[in-house]
Write a protein that binds this ligand. Structure first.
Ligand SMILES: Nc1ncnc2c1ncn2[C@@H]1O[C@H](COP(=O)(O)OP(=O)(O)O)[C@@H](O)[C@H]1O
Ligand SMILES: [Mg+2]
Length: 380
């Protein structure tokens, strides 16, 4: 492995020791952390604490930044601040000002599924990412991503999160397909979703998506629409589609990898999203995976094994996934910026009852492939 990995627990321990040291021998509070970690520019100028005021959730520390120091310098030292302040810490940059926000309010450890997509009529595929430290529910639209990677060690909540997103999708009329090579969590949802449980099924399902993607591109072109959103303003014959792949690393088939690669690049405009979950983001899945990763702009990272895995899920330099506490459902959501969340908890059994109660059965039927190829040939 090319990157040097530092065990997160050792990192955490070092942070605690240093912050303990700071607390023992000095008395200027948070400014001491800045000095201790040498958060400064080349000239040795440091951020200066200008104000400190309580908020509903904790304390806001407002710093004036010298030239050459920015938010990323604070992000890098996050675990020192978190350890010193004994709190979750978020940073907000406003020009040369930086606000360090602490959140004392403890997350509830189990947040039951509670989501009503009709509150988000402007979104195609709204889903609850989770609760943020200030107690609000963070909701995103898959269409804006449009693809997502979900990483985390076994037992930290990947599948539960996929169930949350899947149920949210089905509640808003989005059509869902699922690849479940483990075959344990999703088969019961066959009345609502297209399922693939083997490599052979997966290959067929992926090909159906690729053909659908080409079909949709042609439909959009003929309707003179630039993208799915524009098309959906005028027509309602194409439902939004989401393909979930749980345990990506269990797929061993080259044709499947290629199809996933094609989808990651091309389905952006056609109203098709893909969500890939894996417990081993660092595993050499296949050579082209790095290119696929770069197309997945949303990332949900539960606690991962090490800094390398965190960086694969969250992006280069981002080791927060390895520094998360050992709490199930706790994750770093990343779409441009990081956000710590506690995801909603949903078991397969509960998901099933929600669907039985609120969603009528029926799966998306893909257009017939052979007819489609014919039309494609006449077209070109
Ligand atoms: N959001 C959550 N909040 C609290 N506990 C959770 C959450 N998600 C999962 N869990 C707990 O963790 C266990 C494993 O979750 P699961 O989604 O199967 O993890 P993974 O797919 O990552 O292996 C669940 O049985 C449940 O006890
Ligand atoms: Mg799982």
């Amino acid at each position: 492995m090319p990157e040097k990995t530092v065990k997160p627990d050792i990192l955490g321990l070092t942070a605690s020791l240093i912050t303990w040291g700071i607390k023992q021998f000095k008395g200027k509070g948070i400014q001491d952390v800045i000095e201790a970690v040498h958060l400064q520019n080349k000239e040795g100028q440091r951020p200066i604490l200008r104000k400190k005021h309580p908020t509903d959730n904790g304390i806001d520390y407002v710093f004036a930044l010298p030239a050459g120091v920015d938010r990323s310098d604070f992000e890098r030292e996050r675990h020192y601040f978190e350890s010193y302040l004994n709190s979750i810490v978020e940073f907000e940059a406003q020009g040369r000002k930086l606000i360090l926000k602490t959140y004392k309010a403890n997350f509830k450890k189990k947040i039951p599924f509670d989501f009503n997509p009709s509150l988000y009529p402007e979104m195609f595929a709204p889903f609850p990412v989770g609760k943020t430290p200030d107690g609000k529910t963070l909701v995103e639209d898959l269409y804006n991503l449009p693809h997502m990677m979900v990483g985390g060690q076994t037992g930290y909540g990947k599948t539960s999160f996929l169930l949350v997103v899947m149920v949210a999708c089905l509640l808003s009329g989005v059509k869902v397909s699922v690849v479940d090579r483990k075959g344990v969590d999703f088969p019961r949802f066959a009345p609502w979703v297209n399922l693939a449980l083997t490599d052979a099924d997966t290959e067929v399902l992926l090909q159906q998506h690729i053909q659908e993607m080409h079909r949709r591109q042609r439909i959009l072109r003929e309707a003179e629409c630039q993208n799915f959103a524009e098309y959906a303003e005028h027509y309602n014959d194409l439902p939004y589609l989401v393909l979930f792949i749980d345990e990506l690393t269990q797929i061993r088939n080259k044709a499947c990898f290629e199809a996933i690669g094609d989808m990651s690049v091309l389905s952006r405009v056609s109203g098709i999203s893909m969500i890939l979950a894996t417990q081993k983001p660092g595993a050499k899945i296949w050579d082209g995976f790095t290119d696929v990763r770069s197309q997945l702009s949303g990332a949900m990272c539960f606690r991962v094994r090490d800094q390398t895995d965190s960086q694969i899920v969250l992006g280069s330099g981002n080791t927060r996934g390895a520094e998360l506490p050992k709490i199930k459902g706790r994750a770093v959501w990343n779409n441009d910026q990081d956000q710590i969340v506690q995801s909603m908890y949903l078991t397969a059994k509960e998901a099933y009852s929600v669907l039985m109660e609120r969603v009528s059965k029926g799966v998306y039927s893909f257009a017939n492939a052979s007819n489609d190829e014919c039309t494609e040939r006449i077209d070109t």
